[in-house]
Design a protein around this ligand. Structure first.
Ligand SMILES: [Zn+2]
Length: 235
């Protein structure tokens, strides 16, 4: 809650002008800068999520979702071991980069809606746009790993990153364990950021934010289980 210094009216945490007297409560943030915000989420997440909540435009959300989609495409090709459907690694990379962004935006919009509804159920205060913004910028560690870890995986294993026979683990157990370990780490990091982001933008206590994220992950896990059981049959 922000109390207006002029009229003492109690405003929302992230209100820029006082609802009662229209006086300024804090600086306007019209736009988000991509590099400043993603870096901020890594360096000082609470301040960065505050900025995301205050910003009038939640810029670059679609770009973040598109990049996330490319990561999802590569992950699905790895999860379902679909490498042998492609004649070369380049074909697989082109497929993931072309199919990824559309899928990413579609999946993320559904995830954003689910996340927002869960946050609202436990008393979250943020608007839908702020929810989606916080969710998108929480993905930052995963997006960084697409630029840093994925190229190393592709250079180390080539198409065998995505094949069942031989499985990449059999080829280079240590490299595989390290790289997959790193991927798991960035995923956990993104989840922690979503908890912090939820607490900040929704003005929730940390355990309520954690509850929202755990319920959200349970939903995502259920959806992945369904997909894992059904998708390979249609391919
Ligand atoms: Zn006022």
């Amino acid at each position: 809650m922000t109390i207006c210094s002029v009229c003492q009216f109690e405003n929302d945490d992230f209100a820029v002008t006082c609802k009662n007297c229209k006086g300024f409560l804090q600086n306007r943030i019209p736009n988000l800068d991509l590099f400043e915000t993603t870096w901020g989420v890594i360096e000082s997440p609470r301040a960065a999520f505050r900025k995301i909540a205050i910003a009038e435009h939640k810029n670059f959300v679609l770009l973040l979702f598109g990049l996330f989609g490319i990561g999802l495409s590569f992950t699905a090709l790895w999860q379902f071991e679909l490498g042998d459907r492609f004649s070369t690694l380049l074909d697989l990379i082109v497929f993931a980069i072309v199919s990824g962004p559309g899928v990413g935006v579609l999946v993320s919009v559904f995830l954003g809606i689910a996340y927002h509804v869960l946050a609202k159920i436990v008393g979250g205060k943020a608007s839908f746009r702020t929810s989606v913004g916080a969710f998108a910028y929480s993905l930052t560690p995963i997006l960084i790993s697409i630029f840093l870890v994925l190229p190393i995986e592709l250079m180390t294993f080539g198409i065998y990153m995505f094949t069942l026979n031989p499985h990449p683990y059999v080829l280079k157990p240590l490299s595989y364990t390290l790289l997959i370990g790193f991927d798991s780490l960035v995923t956990v990091w993104a989840i922690v950021l979503l908890v912090v982001g939820t607490a900040v933008v929704h003005s929730l206590r940390w355990w309520k934010a954690l509850l929202v994220v755990l319920l959200f992950l349970a939903l995502v896990w259920g959806a992945i289980e369904l997909a894992t059981q059904n998708v390979p049959r249609y391919l």
